[in-house]
Design a protein. Structure first.
Length: 169
């Protein structure tokens, strides 16, 4: 895929996320299928932090200063450390969608970016700017699946009918 296509898909995914998170109840927002799984609210908080502190920040870093260490992140630790479960869902959705708009604006404003610039990770080897961009989009798709699964599991947990007619999950 061309870089413009990847960026265009990130822009379109903003609306997909908006649709996936619109119309959910307060109970559904905080519900978890198991204690060790994330709720919709925690997924949303993760997306918000990843938008700002992982993908956009690390891509920018790789384009501008690839020889410097990457900014540290702790997505798993942030869930408890940052109190994801107690955040306001509506406000967080607004903030995430705003950050996605800012990311797309920044990406579209790049002039002749060096997509081949790469940070040499001690464990993973070269991590290029292009790799960060493509993985940003892949991250969206992984979370579309996760959000859809949470909604499916919520439906199954809160109704008593069979779901074999709908098809295999």
């Amino acid at each position: 895929m061309q870089h413009a296509e990847l960026i265009g898909q990130l822009a379109q995914n903003r609306d997909v996320f908006s649709a996936l998170f619109t119309g959910v109840t307060a109970h559904q927002v905080s519900w978890k299928p198991a204690a060790d799984k994330w709720s919709l609210l925690e997924v949303l908080c993760h997306l918000y932090d990843e938008e700002r502190e992982d993908f956009r920040a690390r891509l920018k870093h790789t384009l501008e200063t690839p020889n410097e260490p990457l900014p540290k992140i702790d997505p798993q630790g942030w869930v408890k450390e940052r109190g994801y479960a107690s955040r306001d869902f509506g406000k967080t959705l607004y903030l995430f969608l705003h950050e996605r708009d800012e990311s797309v604006k920044w990406l579209k404003g790049l002039e002749n970016p060096s997509w081949a610039n790469a940070y040499q990770h001690p464990k993973f080897g070269p991590m290029s700017a292009e790799m960060f961009l493509a993985n940003w989009l892949a991250h969206d798709y992984l979370h579309f699946r996760q959000i859809t699964r949470l909604k499916y599991d919520y439906l199954r947990a809160h109704t008593t009918v069979r779901y074999d007619y709908a098809g295999d999950w």
